[in-house]
Design a protein around this ligand. Structure first.
Ligand SMILES: [Zn+2]
Length: 292
């Protein structure tokens, strides 16, 4: 079994990358369901996929990414506009899965895919609702600890016990950092600077990526957040021009208001992804600059 797998992998190096692209698009389709249903307290399993008009979506019109282009973004049953975000999330998941498989050793690629799936759901829900659901957050922490034990190389550990130990330390450092920041920031600024969900989220990031990953995400997310706020300011300045207002779609009202507070979760997650991809190199670079 394993030798057949290796033979295929050597003979057709793109075979499994392609297979993971397809798998990623199917997983992405499920992540869409999670992103839209979990905040409403709906089941992610039943009923099956259905349109906003209530009609069930047949399986051939539910093919990830392709169906949206085939339907030109309009529901077959009622002609309702289907958000570009559906194929975008599917494509994003597909690319992340394929890239993980292609560029990473398998025992880091697999937890990277699991991490990404949670990251996408949490980031989009937080973006939409300014709220991280406890059920997803708690699963993220639990699955993070399981991955740290099952894939010790993810945390640079030699065996499952060492891996789990690093995961638990990461969970502790991540959640405690966020907890105390939240505590002191609320004393200083007299308003909530970080949500309760972010405390669990940073704990989960630590469970997956260890304490270094948790601290990196904590500090780096503030840079990303600052950059995003600046971009939003520029964007909203442009939006006040009359010709921009005409083309503004209904989606814009959710993210157009630069003065409304930003959710922190997406920036924490983006920082964690950056750490996942280049974290070790970035830290080495930082210390080489300090040493020079
Ligand atoms: Zn419909």
């Amino acid at each position: 079994m394993l030798s057949l797998f290796q033979e295929v992998n050597i003979a057709f190096p793109w075979f499994f990358t392609g297979a993971f692209f397809v798998l990623g698009s199917v997983v992405g389709s499920f992540l869409n369901v999670c992103i839209y249903r979990i905040p409403n307290g709906e089941s992610v399993v039943s009923p099956g996929s259905h349109c906003a008009c209530g009609k069930p979506i047949p399986i051939w019109l539910n093919v990830p990414v392709l169906a949206w282009f085939f339907l030109r973004g309009k529901a077959a049953c009622c002609g309702r506009k289907i958000s570009l975000r559906y194929p975008a999330v599917e494509l994003l998941t597909a690319v992340v899965f394929a890239a993980s498989w292609h560029f990473l050793p398998w025992d880091i690629a697999v937890p990277a895919m699991i991490f990404s799936a949670f990251a996408i759901v949490l980031a989009f829900i937080d973006w939409d609702t300014m709220y991280l659901p406890d059920s997803v957050n708690a699963s993220f922490v639990l699955v993070g600890l399981m991955c740290s034990a099952a894939f010790p190389p993810l945390l640079g550990a030699g065996n499952a016990v060492e891996g789990l130990f690093s995961g638990i330390i990461g969970l502790g450092v991540g959640s405690m950092t966020a907890y105390w920041f939240r505590y002191f920031a609320s004393l200083v600024f007299r308003r909530e600077a970080m949500g309760e969900g972010d405390v669990i989220l940073l704990g989960g990031i630590g469970a997956f990526l260890g304490w270094e990953g948790a601290l990196f995400s904590f500090f780096f997310s503030s840079f990303i957040g600052l950059f995003a706020v600046l971009l939003a300011r520029i964007f909203s300045l442009r939006k006040t021009e009359p010709e921009m207002k005409e083309t503004a779609s209904a989606d814009d009202e959710t993210d157009g208001n630069a003065s409304s507070p930003f959710p922190l979760g997406p920036w924490l997650i983006l920082a964690a992804v950056i750490y996942f991809v280049v974290g070790a190199k970035l830290i080495a670079f930082y210390f080489s600059v300090l040493g020079a």
